[in-house]
Structure formats: structure tokens, C-alpha cells
Design a protein around this ligand. Structure first.
Ligand code: PLP
Length: 298
């Protein structure tokens, strides 16, 4: 994927402080935030094989779905622009047509055509009938579901796991990742690694089923442990405590997180460390899934 000029493998950095040492564990961060300036983090991994497939099947247009703050829309718009493929974004909420977010403005600047639909219509985004309608409306585009979460996405994510085990010289005892659609967690599990997933949404219990469904074709996937209580009020919500945590993380490790996904995951992870969740000697790799363009700008 030279068109997207990714920097692979992304660095694996060890994090150390008194809490981590006190727990007797080793904690690493997989710097997928450094993978590409605009197609960042897990979105690059998840889109890779879909984009190659779109190219290989000579599709001129990609159509996908997302909210007004969606890192996936952002990444798809940038990737389409880089690859010379037209993109259409189906956006949740008619109201955003009048008050475009910085994410949507960026998408438009990258040449993405935005198609706003009501929240009721957006709920049909997985319905076969609706997808057939929208495909014929837009001239049979290459369709990518919300979050880029497909079987091809799992394959892209599993390459990140291969990089980590190569860099570490072993498979870690746990991967930790933030979860939105659960595609990233499913991809890691498909590579037979165990995952601690931290829901960035309120009511994230649905992720257990969704991830199970994504793994339907896999033999012996890794073990999933889902944490649903670190959502800070819900998707794209946060409070002072989370922002203070982000600040102190940056001061300690010189690594920037963002408030929608990665700060919630690390907040949860350090909470678990303090509560003695991990056996001594555990090796934990937390994935920096990127998303830094969303850093309090939206
Ligand atoms: C989209 C996104 C996630 C969620 O990934 P899923 O595969 O949908 O669970 C996590 N972190 C960041 C930074 C994201 O942009």
C-alpha cells in the first residue's frame, strides 16, 4: 500500500512508572497512532484490505457510513483521496448538514461527498434492503460498513498482532484496546491473542455479541474480557477527570492520547493495575489506535 506510505512496523514502546513496577508487570504501547498522518491507527489497518479489494475490482467509488465525529469517515476520505477513488459518506443526522463538524469539513476537503440521513434511516445501515437501495442510488459503489468493520478488517488488524509478537519475541498475555464497533478487538482475537476491550460507548455490553458474530468463522480465537464501565458518560463524552488523566499521561510518557477512545482505555487499564487485576509477570500491550485529529477539536 505504497500510495498511503505507511510506516511499518509501528514502534512498540515500554511504559514504566511506579504503579507499573509496583504491580510487577510489563506494559507496552503499540504506536499505531504513528502509522500515517491522516489514515491513522486502527482505521488504516481496518481499511487496508478493503481498499486493495476496491482497487482490484476496479471500483470507482467507495461508500461508507459514520457519525459526524467519525474517525472512520475521516480516514476513508483521506485514503480515497490518496488512492484516487471517489468516496461517499452516509452521515448520521440531518442536522449536521447545517452545522458541519471539523471531521466533516475535512472529509469534504478530501473530496468526500456527504449524504446526510435521519437517525431513523441511519439505523437501517446493516439492513440488506436498505443497502441494496443505496447501492443502486449511488451506482453500485464498493460498500464499507460503519467503522470499516468487516472480515477484511480483521485480517488487517491481525497483522498488527504479528508485528507485536515479532517485536516482543513472544505473544503478550493481554492486548488492551478501546472498542467502538469491536472490529479491532475481534481482529486481535482472530490472531489468537487474548484481549481486554474497553467500551468507549455507554451500554457497551452489545459488544460481546457483535464481537462473537465477527469471529464466527474463526477457529480458536483468543479470550475476550470486556469492560463497559469506563465510558465517561458515553461516546464522545468526557469529564475533567479524564482530561486530567490525559494530561498526566502525556507528562509522564510524552505520548498524546485523545478523549474519545484511547484515554478511556488507558484510564481503565491503570485502574485495573491499581486494583491488582494482573498477575506478577504479566506482559500487556495496549494499542494506541490513533484518532488524534479528534483531539478536542470537534
Ligand atoms: C474507531 C476507533 C476505535 C474503535 O475501533 P473499533 O474497531 O470500531 O472497535 C478505537 N480507537 C480509535 C482512536 C478509533 O478511531
Amino acid at each position: 500500500m505504497d500510495l498511503l506510505s505507511a510506516t511499518l512496523p509501528t514502534p512498540l514502546q515500554e511504559l514504566s512508572n511506579a504503579e507499573i513496577e509496583g504491580a510487577g508487570i510489563r506494559l507496552y504501547i503499540k504506536r499505531d497512532d504513528l502509522i500515517h498522518p491522516t489514515v491513522s491507527g486502527n482505521k488504516w489497518r481496518k481499511l487496508k484490505y478493503s481498499l486493495l479489494e476496491a482497487k482490484a475490482t476496479n471500483k470507482q467509488v467507495i461508500l461508507t457510513f459514520g457519525g459526524a465525529y467519525s474517525n472512520h469517515l475521516y480516514a476513508t476520505a483521506a485514503a480515497g483521496n490518496a488512492l484516487g477513488i471517489r468516496t461517499i459518506g452516509v452521515v448520521r443526522g440531518l442536522d449536521f448538514a447545517e452545522r458541519e463538524t471539523p471531521t466533516l469539513q475535512f472529509c469534504r476537503e478530501q473530496g468526500m461527498q456527504l449524504h446526510f440521513v435521519s437517525r431513523e434511516i441511519y439505523r437501517l445501515r446493516h439492513s440488506e434492503e436498505y443497502l441494496a437501495d443505496i447501492a443502486s442510488e449511488f451506482g453500485d459503489p464498493f460498500m464499507i460498513p460503519e467503522g470499516g468493520t468487516t472480515a477484511l478488517a480483521l485480517k488487517g488488524i491481525s497483522e498488527m498482532v504479528d508485528e507485536v509478537s515479532g517485536q516482543l519475541g513472544q505473544m503478550p498475555h493481554y492486548f488492551a484496546t478501546a472498542a467502538g464497533t469491536g472490529g479491532t478487538a475481534a481482529g486481535i482475537l482472530s490472531a489468537k491473542a487474548d484481549v481486554l476491550a474497553f467500551s468507549a460507548l455507554k451500554g457497551g455490553e452489545f459488544l460481546n455479541d457483535d464481537i462473537k458474530n465477527l469471529l464466527a468463522g474463526e477457529t480458536q480465537p483468543g479470550k475476550l474480557t470486556l469492560f463497559t464501565e469506563y465510558h465517561f458518560g458515553g461516546y464522545a463524552k468526557w469529564n475533567e477527570e479524564l482530561l486530567r488523566f490525559m494530561e498526566s499521561f502525556k507528562n509522564q510518557f510524552e505520548i498524546q492520547l485523545e478523549q474519545v477512545y484511547t484515554a478511556k482505555m488507558f484510564f481503565g487499564l491503570f485502574d485495573l493495575i491499581r486494583k491488582g487485576y494482573f498477575a506478577k509477570g504479566s506482559v500487556v500491550v495496549a494499542v494506541h489506535t490513533g484518532g488524534l485529529q479528534g483531539l478536542l477539536r470537534n
